[in-house]
Design a binder for this molecule. Sequence first.
Ligand SMILES: [Ca+2]
Ligand SMILES: [Ca+2]
Ligand SMILES: [Ca+2]
Length: 190
Amino acid sequence: MGVAIADYDGDGLPDIFVANDKLFNFLFHNKGNNKFGEVAFETGVALPEHGNLISGMGVDFRDLNNDGYPDIAIAALQNETFPIYQNIGKGNFREITARSGMTTLSNPMSGYSVNIADFDNDGWKDIFISRGDVASPNMANRIPSSSRTRSFGIWSRGSGRRSRRKPVSRNSHPSVIAAQQWATSTVTAD
Ligand SMILES: [Ca+2]
Ligand SMILES: [Ca+2]
Ligand SMILES: [Ca+2]
């Protein structure tokens, strides 16, 4: 349900990530000469670490921790979490959803698009996710009102920065420190 393009392996050729709905994700490695190979499993981005298929509703593919390697952030539905895959170089990723705090923050939410940008201009990339619900008359009454309509942003400040709310990791980027409502009109700075 979402597509994002970045050169994840630094070979100068843009690659394509596809967030799938209840299927494993695709990562199409650009081999040049208009040829692609699907490498999601071997690079570590096919499934979340909990092993369950999720409803990938949106994705962005940018460098979250300023190391030069594009990382992957995915939006999904309630109780699925929004996975984050950190690019660790040499064409490999590791999932940092839990260690970044995103598991706790995102589990009650459904999200439909992802934008990675430094929204507060502190030098660290943040994540904006627009939210919504599955459009079903039977679903509407089962979803808590607190999770229905608000989009939210996550601020990251890198390692070593203490948060008044929740410093999640001492040595990993991003350190997710706050969830906050964002007005849709705010998200234009990318
Ligand atoms: Ca590439
Ligand atoms: Ca990175
Ligand atoms: Ca920031």
